[in-house]
Design a protein around this ligand. Structure first.
Ligand SMILES: *[C@@H]1O[C@H](CO)[C@@H](O)[C@H](O)[C@H]1NC(C)=O
Ligand SMILES: *[C@@H]1O[C@H](CO)[C@@H](O)[C@H](O)[C@H]1NC(C)=O
Ligand SMILES: *[C@@H]1O[C@H](CO)[C@@H](O)[C@H](O)[C@H]1NC(C)=O
Ligand SMILES: *[C@@H]1O[C@H](CO)[C@@H](O)[C@H](O)[C@H]1NC(C)=O
Ligand SMILES: *[C@@H]1O[C@H](CO)[C@@H](O)[C@H](O)[C@H]1NC(C)=O
Length: 938
């Protein structure tokens, strides 16, 4: 190990839906921070949430075949009427062995396993075996058959055919099938058979998975691929990673006892935080299968009472690359066992896989009792949420107009509330945008004085009024009391049990004007207590709130408007001009096969080892961005040690499939994303390093990336200008433009469009862009990342309008939405896609990944880990389909056929004299106000 370039971040961003006060939306950088302690031996893995999976001890979907790839020899297998032995292809791959079934005298002789105790009648099982044939008596090819032998107490033995495949010598084939038993035999034996007598049958692996999504498939055998998981066999099969391991029945004068069983193990004499206890699981994990991991851990010694423990996979690929995959992360203590849980998926075929625990500071022992790694239970798809009487548009705040004094309100903390007059009578713009015509506000406001803490302000309990899974818009006017000085944040906060949710906030710099707060929120877990309160200004500053509105948003009502808008701004009149007058009156059908509007996704290097991922990607996207592979900390994690291999390979995939690529990103202005060696440079060396980064990257890829994010997140960090001066950013743009004039140069930032971050309002973004342009920066596009929660269309649209005045193309560059419920996630996605596609300033939409376990946010995937498209994915595909135009009719007497459609690739079908002719044509984007004329020759 030792080269960060080889690091692989499965989950490279972390974003929490419900934010605690300490880790609020505003303080979490939207992309992964680079570790502050990168060195040769230190590994870094962004944490996965420990709230992740609730399915732990239950296994709903695991391989019921024991020793399925002969890792434990021929244990559990039986060669019926013949012989079997194991071979390894080479000494280097001792784990990659297969069984040879030989001395066969009958077709039916083969390898079998008793699965009686694991089969339930009525459940469907999927069989997938990897088989081959060999031997001198093999003539070309032979059939291999999977069969079930069903023995009954009172009736004849039955044989159930499952699947057959034809295999030729020197080749491995998949034998795939399914079966369901309607009755319950006395004995059930699975076996592989088929080739002619004398031919050897080869078996590499056998999977028999229960498709049942209920818990009926739980068995005593737990499917764990970890050997000796409970340390009943001492520390056999375990080893120390850079440290020692030891077996214990108790520790600390008998105070520490095993969580279960008789023993536990410790990783001790640790000198690095990556030291720990490990097990080699090579050959026992399969690619493209999701595994769930669970362990009980605690820490001991060195006066450390609490530390995070991480489960990590170290993976070596056949071409000797190393990857570190973060699986799970839990806060462990010295006082009790804590459960560590997570999931992982391998895209490619690794040559070596080791799972280990790491994390605590040196000198502290990691204690482990029981590690489980097994094929992950399938999570059943979420049902659509049922919301009764959502009461769209109705304010849930009591006595909002304050006609009844401060009734319904209470002061949070020791502040003092009073009612005053003189506030605006009109609704704040964002509420007006959503609600349409509305009665005027009362002109009364609630004043909060005598505040001794920032969190003090007017509050209401709304527990019984907020409905689960409903998206609420928040809107209010706020003003600071006389004499206050800015900048002060004012925030509408939701206290949801012990968590804090941001309902929108605004930064105020004066004591005279009323300011709008707009935001949104949604609650997805039943809460015992929901409170709304307004808070934020420094202690001692009084403030006023008028017209607080919290109301459910009817998303579908807005979709109707957006569809009309989309037809108006995205479609174009097209005239097909036929060159033969004999075609007059002929029936033509026009069908769009591809919309050329840029819709892209983030991809990562290991994803492209998964052919299912690649298939979905190339089929559904025409643009790409690389999650980390082009970032400076990836291409040059250590000074002078350049790695463009990953980016090259990703770019090749794009080129091969006509997919355009965005270059993300040349620099990243947020401090904790900058690698140590750069942080340690003096001004002169940093200037040189910046110059070399620009020339190295842009010369290498000249003309190949159509966009660059030049300096990521400049509203959230200022690493480079702080060190190199205020003209640094503009100079980055200028130099990039000189090196590759063909690339469009973007600014790129987050929380621009959702009203929840005062550092990155549309107004501040506009000011920053104008400032850079004044310094001569050739800015060609505005990137809105779009990591959004509970989006409200008009709020997003208002941000787009404010940025739209600059006249630059706007792209959503990293869009993702998150909800536990796939239907709500689908709705969120539809809100964002429809708003973007209906807005004339938006010229492209990139999503930040789509495959489960390869997303930066939880509950944001469109495709499940093992390739199933979920409700959000289906919604995305439906939108893509809706955005294809079709038309049919007759060629008119001008020899023309006219229709209106989206730019992109079309097929035209013309039927003449019972001859069907199909041609392709392309409608260019260009000036959509002008009709597009296509000459068609037949
Ligand atoms: C596990 O440990 C046992 C006992 O030392 C050993 O016989 C067996 O080969 C080990 N298995 C592997 C895969 O290392
Ligand atoms: C352990 O920590 C406590 C409190 O921080 C301190 O008083 C004590 O001296 C420490 N003991 C050792 C052995 O470092
Ligand atoms: C204030 O709002 C209440 C409902 O909360 C309504 O009944 C009342 O008529 C309103 N008063 C005024 C003066 O608008
Ligand atoms: C609130 O503060 C004012 C002075 O700013 C003081 O006169 C008043 O007594 C305080 N009220 C309470 C209830 O503490
Ligand atoms: C890629 O695009 C070019 C030009 O637009 C076209 O000629 C080529 O057939 C396309 N290739 C694929 C694989 O779609």
């Amino acid at each position: 190990m030792g080269n960060l370039s080889a690091f692989f971040f499965t989950i490279f961003k972390h974003h929490k839906k419900l934010n605690t006060l300490q880790r609020s939306k505003e303080t979490a950088s939207m992309e992964i921070p680079i570790p502050s302690t990168i060195n040769g031996n230190d590994s870094f893995h962004p944490q996965t949430s420990n709230e992740l999976s609730s399915a732990t001890s239950k296994s709903l979907n695991y391989n019921i075949i024991h020793n399925h790839n002969f890792f434990n020899g021929l244990h559990s297998w039986y060669a019926n009427g013949c012989d079997a032995f194991l071979v390894s292809p080479s000494p280097e791959e001792p784990c990659n062995r297969h069984a040879v079934v030989t001395n066969r005298n009958e077709h039916w002789q083969g390898l079998e396993q008793d699965i009686t105790t694991k089969i339930l009648s009525g459940s469907r099982y999927t069989v997938s075996a990897r088989v081959g044939v060999s031997g001198e008596r093999l003539q070309g090819e032979a059939d291999v058959i999977a069969t079930l032998k069903l023995e009954y107490q009172h009736s004849e033995t039955k044989f159930l055919f499952i699947a057959k495949t034809t295999v030729s010598s020197e080749k491995w084939e998949n034998l795939d099938g399914t079966f369901t038993l309607s009755d319950k035999p006395e004995r059930v034996v699975f076996y592989l058979e088929g080739p002619a007598p004398g031919v050897n049958l080869l078996v590499e692996s056998v999977l028999v998975l229960c498709d049942d999504t209920t818990s009926r498939c739980i068995f005593s055998e737990d499917g764990n691929i970890i050997l000796n998981p409970e340390f009943e066999d001492g520390v056999n099969n375990w080893s120390g990673r850079g440290c020692k391991i030891a077996l214990h029945s108790s520790m600390g004068d008998g105070k520490i006892l095993p969580k279960s069983g008789k023993f536990f193990a410790s990783a001790t004499e640790r000198t690095q935080n990556w030291n720990g206890i490990q097990q080699d699981i090579s050959g026992r994990v399969q690619r493209k299968l999701a595994y769930e991991v669970s362990a009980f851990v605690r820490i001991f010694g060195n006066n450390v009472t609490s530390s995070s423990i991480r489960a990590t996979l170290w993976v070596q690929t056949p071409d000797s690359r190393e990857q570190y995959i973060g699986i799970a992360n839990s806060q462990a203590t010295d006082s009790d066992w804590v459960q560590l849980q997570g999931k992982f998926l391998l895209n490619g075929s690794p040559s070596k896989v080791v799972i280990y625990l790491e994390g605590p500071p040196s000198g502290t022992d990691i204690l482990l009792d029981g590690l489980m790694v097994k094929h992950a239970a399938k999570i059943p798809p979420s049902p659509p949420p049922v919301v009764e009487n959502p009461d769209y548009g109705v304010n849930i705040i009591a006595n909002s107009n304050l006609s009844d004094g401060t009734n319904g309100w209470f002061p949070l903390g020791s502040c003092v509330l009073s009612v005053m007059t003189g506030s605006p009578h009109i609704l704040p713009p964002a509420a007006r945008d959503t609600l349409g015509p509305h009665e005027p506000l009362s002109g009364r406001c609630i004043q909060t004085a005598n505040r001794t803490q920032t969190w003090m302000g007017p509050a209401q309990m709304i527990t019984d009024k907020v409905k689960l899974y409903v998206t609420y818009q928040v809107s209010a006017w706020v003003r600071l009391g006389p004499g206050a000085t800015g900048p002060q944040n004012v925030n509408v906060a939701l206290g949801v049990d012990s968590q804090w949710v941001n309902g929108g906030q605004v930064e105020i710099n004066d004591a005279y004007q009323w300011h709008e707060i707009c935001g949104s929120f949604r609650i997805e877990k039943q809460a015992a207590k929901v409170m709304v309160y307004i808070q934020g200004p420094a202690a001692g500053i009084s403030f006023m709130v008028a017209g607080l509105q919290i109301f459910a948003v009817d998303r579908h009502a807005r979709f109707r408007h957006l569809k009309r808008q989309t037809d108006k701004i995205r479609k174009r009149d097209v005239t097909l001009k036929f060159d033969s007058s004999s075609l007059h009156g002929t029936m033509v059908a026009v069908k769009q096969t591809q919309n050329s509007f840029p819709i892209g996704s983030c991809i990562g290097r290991t994803n492209i080892d998964n052919e299912d991922f690649v298939l979905f990607f190339v089929k559904n996207f025409n643009w790409a961005v690389f999650g980390n592979e082009l970032k400076w900390y990836w291409t040059e994690s250590q000074r002078g040690n350049l790695n463009y291999k990953d980016a090259d390979e990703l770019l090749k995939l794009c080129d091969d499939n006509n997919i355009s690529a965005r270059g993300h990103c040349i620099f990243w202005d947020v401090d904790n994303t900058v690698q140590d060696w750069i942080k340690n440079l003096d001004k002169t060396d940093l200037t040189t390093a910046v110059k070399n980064r620009l020339t190295g990257l842009l010369n290498r890829y000249k003309g190949r990336f159509k966009h660059y994010d030049v300096n990521n997140e400049m509203l959230h960090g200022s690493f480079y200008p702080d060190r190199l001066g205020q003209d640094t950013r503009a100079n980055m743009f200028k130099t990039a433009n000189q090196l590759d004039p063909s690339a469009i140069l973007f600014v790129n930032d987050y929380h621009i469009e959702d009203g929840c971050d005062t550092r990155s309002t549309p107004e501040k973004y506009v000011t920053q862009i104008l400032g850079l342009e004044q310094q001569g920066a050739p800015i060609g596009g505005i990137g809105i990342q779009g990591h959004i929660d509970s989006p409200v269309g008009p709020v997003v649209c208002s941000a787009l309008d404010k940025l739209g005045v600059l006249g630059l193309p706007i792209w959503f560059t990293e869009l993702d939405v998150s909800s536990i419920n796939e239907h709500i996630r689908a709705d969120d996605l539809e809100v964002m896609f429809r708003e973007a596609f209906a807005h004339p300033a938006v010229e492209g939409i990139m999503i930040w990944g789509f495959w489960e376990l390869f997303m930066s946010r939880e509950n944001s995937h469109l495709v499940n880990a093992e390739g199933e498209i979920n409700e959000a994915g289906n919604r995305f595909l439906e939108l893509k389909k809706e955005w294809l135009s079709h038309a049919h009719g007759h060629v008119d007497d001008q020899c023309e056929f006219k229709f209106r459609g989206f730019p992109g690739t079309y097929e035209i079908v013309v039927v003449t004299d019972s001859k069907k002719t199909v041609k392709q044509f392309f409608v260019e984007n260009g000036d959509l106000d002008l009709p597009f004329v296509v000459p068609v020759h037949f």
